[in-house]
Write a new protein. Structure first.
Lengths: 330, 340
């Protein structure tokens, strides 16, 4: 069985959907000859040509605006914003336009736009190239937010996003793109993973970990360590789609284990996991045997120096310690 | 700052301007050459560090564009302001930055300009009037405009140079800011470093106009295109408009034609350009060109030049030594400096 990287899975999803539907096209900065800042679109210009692999000037607001306008009139654009930090430049277009058009127009229009972007830190790219801004988008009704943590999910979720009739924010993680460690078997054919359906990445009895994107991989690492060193059996739940959110899969895991830790790379304050925790407390309070633990990025911009960056982003050490402290109380 | 004697007029584009360079002192002319070497050698050292895997992060090298930063910044007074870009080492050095603190920042050390928090793309030296490099293309344009508003409101006579690349000219913030500076007649020089590409995007494909300075017409301001590899021209033109800014005559858009010799950043296979093109531009080396001017004027001898280069090389090694010997920040410092 062939194994491919996260980056290859994303590329394959786009290539296959472009072959299926001529309305699907790409637009973004340096996506043609250069193949995208991270190499995701390498080779696509050769297959699909300049019309459908559209290099744009550095104009994020217009990239999204153009994407919205063409989506509204029958195309299915995939817009690439090189770093998720630059989504902020297009925020009016995303928040006030894309997200609201269908509703404002009384359900009589649709915006089938996918915005792919690379989020997260760990690369030493510092404060303006490393952020995890998903909570800005999950707060907005009308947007769907997807954050795949592995190649299999990346392909199936991207295909579903392209087929979806709503604006989808598809946030990829830079540390997942090329790392061979995360290569996986990915079917060659087109397949869909429904938006709004989470996945149990590891079954366990003792404690539930809810994590997103790269933190899923990090949680799996911690789960292995806790099992071998402490005999603790962790269950790792990956919502995969942050909005719509599969709360059922989280609640049933919490009911089983009675303990839960929510892990995200974004800053703690106002982070997406605050929403998850609040829903757990509302829906499964009686099942909890321990306080809910949140582990998140520190409340500061992502710093440059490796020592500081490692302190800011939840590390294996910090996650492990947090969990042992929590479990040690009982 | 500098004496001005017997200024002859020269013509650049449609403008008649004074040849202020001819009135510049020998010492200052030499200092300008030294700054160019500092930039070149700093960047070569930075590239080595990247290649040797010593840098957690990336950087954007300014090699080949030295004349623009030095020529423009030497037209300013020490207390004037600049805003810079992701390709910011050159502006920073020209503005008088301490190479040791820059190198320390690049290596993520506590002794660096930003205590290791900013790195290459965020080096700032606000006390010296350097309002910072910027990781966001176009990110400095509004800031420069705001700094110019301060200068106007405080009537302090200061001027701002706003550096940005050709890529930034297609960002909305460019349009909004330049228009605002125009209607308010702010003392800001918009200095576009047209190095022919925004990452892989050729200027020819990103624009449908011949000269980016033509955009000036849309804002009703002055503007022109200059040879950005000719430091004398850069200095003369920027000096001319700095003076106009100080008189309250409003902003200008200068397009400085130049070329980056190195790849865009850490990993760039440069599929979008040919070796021949790079080589042709290397023939227009701004440092060699300036050196020929100084040799011609008898300001330096080849021997002086060798000494100067050795001196700069030494400064760079000292800076590297300082940076390497400096401590990393403490993890406990991570949440410091978020708020004032
Ligand atoms: C808003 C924004 N979009 C995209 C990028 C990624 N990026 C960094 S530099 C660059 C090219 C910039 O070109 P230009 O302004 O001409 O400056 P140069 O690199 O040529 O000096 C791009 C696309 C960014 N940093 N910020
Ligand atoms: Mg450029």
């Amino acid at each position: 069985m062939r194994k491919i990287t996260y980056l290859e899975a994303i590329r394959e999803a786009m290539q296959q959907m472009m072959r299926e539907d001529e309305n699907v096209y790409l637009l973004g900065e340096d996506i043609a000859e250069y193949g995208g800042a991270f190499g995701v679109t390498v080779g696509m210009l050769e297959e699909f040509g300049k019309e459908r692999i559209r290099n744009t000037p550095i104009s994020e607001a217009a990239i999204i605006g153009v994407g919205i306008g063409s989506a509204l009139t029958g195309m299915r654009p995939i817009a690439e914003i090189m770093f998720s930090d630059f989504m902020t430049i297009a925020m009016d277009q995303i928040v006030n336009q894309a997200a609201k058009i269908r509703y404002m127009f009384g359900g009589k229009a649709k915006v089938p736009l996918v915005i792919r972007t690379a989020g997260g830190g760990g690369t030493g790219a510092a404060a303006q190239h490393s952020q995890s801004l998903e909570a800005l988008f999950t707060h907005i009704p009308g947007l769907k937010v997807v954050m795949p943590s592995c190649p299999y999910d990346a392909k199936g979720l991207l295909i579903s996003s392209i087929l979806d009739d709503n604006p989808v924010i598809f946030i990829e993680h830079k540390l997942l793109y090329k790392n061979k460690k995360y290569m996986q078997h990915v079917p060659e054919e087109i397949y869909r993973i429904p938006l709004g359906k989470g996945d149990i990445k590891r079954e366990g009895r003792d404690i539930t970990i809810v994590a997103t994107s790269f933190m899923v991989q990090r949680s799996l690492e911690v789960a292995d360590i806790l099992e071998s060193e402490e005999g603790i059996d962790c269950e790792v739940v990956d919502p995969r789609t942050l909005r719509p959110l599969d709360m059922d899969i989280i609640i049933s895991s919490v009911k089983k284990t009675g303990k839960v830790v929510c892990i995200e790379e974004a800053c703690y304050f106002g982070g997406f996991m605050g929403e998850v925790v609040s829903q757990i407390v509302e829906k499964a309070f009686d099942y909890l045997d321990a306080p809910v633990l949140r582990i998140a990025g520190r409340d500061c911009p992502v710093p440059y120096s490796l020592v500081l960056e490692e302190e800011m982003i939840p590390s294996v050490g910090r996650i492990k310690k947090g969990m042992l402290d929590l479990l040690g109380r009982f | 700052m500098r004496e001005v004697i017997n200024m002859r007029k020269i013509k650049v584009s449609d403008y008649e301007i004074e040849d202020r360079f001819s009135g510049v002192s020998k010492a200052l002319k030499l200092e300008m050459l030294k700054k160019m070497y500092e930039i070149r050698y700093f960047e070569e050292q930075a590239e080595q560090l990247i290649i040797r895997g010593k840098i957690h992060g990336t950087c954007h090298l300014y090699v080949g564009e030295e004349a623009t930063a030095v020529g423009a910044i030497y037209a300013l007074n020490k207390d004037d302001y600049i805003t810079s870009t992701h390709r910011g080492h050159g502006h920073c050095i020209a503005k008088g930055a301490d190479l040791k603190l820059m190198m320390a920042e690049f290596l993520g050390k506590k002794t660096g300009y930003c205590k290791g928090k900013g790195g290459s793309m965020h080096i700032a030296d606000v006390e010296q009037g350097n309002l910072g490099a910027n990781g966001v293309v176009g990110g400095g344009i509004g800031i420069a405009t705001g700094a110019a508003l301060t200068c106007k409101m405080k009537k302090n006579g200061k001027v701002v140079i706003c550096f940005f690349g050709d890529g930034a000219v297609n960002q909305g913030i460019f349009h909004e800011s330049v228009n605002m500076a125009s209607i308010w007649r702010l003392p800001v020089i918009y200095l576009c470093e047209n190095n022919q590409y925004g990452m892989s995007m050729p200027v020819k494909e990103a624009f449908n106009i011949e000269r980016l300075s033509d955009r000036r017409i849309a804002y009703g301001i002055d503007g022109l295109t200059i040879d950005g590899n000719n430091i004398v021209e850069v200095f003369n033109v920027v000096s001319h408009f700095v003076e106009r800014c100080r008189k309250g005559l409003g902003p200008v858009l200068i397009e400085s034609l130049t070329y980056r010799w190195k790849g865009h950043s850490k990993s760039d296979a440069q599929v979008y350009r040919t070796r021949e093109e790079v080589k042709a531009w290397m023939q227009k080396d701004p440092i060699e060109r300036y050196k020929r001017v100084l040799l011609g004027e008898g300001i330096i001898t080849p021997d002086d030049d060798r000494k100067l280069r050795a001196e700069v090389e030494n400064e760079i090694s000292e800076a590297l030594k300082f940076a390497e010997e400096s401590p990393f920040p403490e993890p406990s410092e991570v949440e410091e400096d978020v708020y004032a």
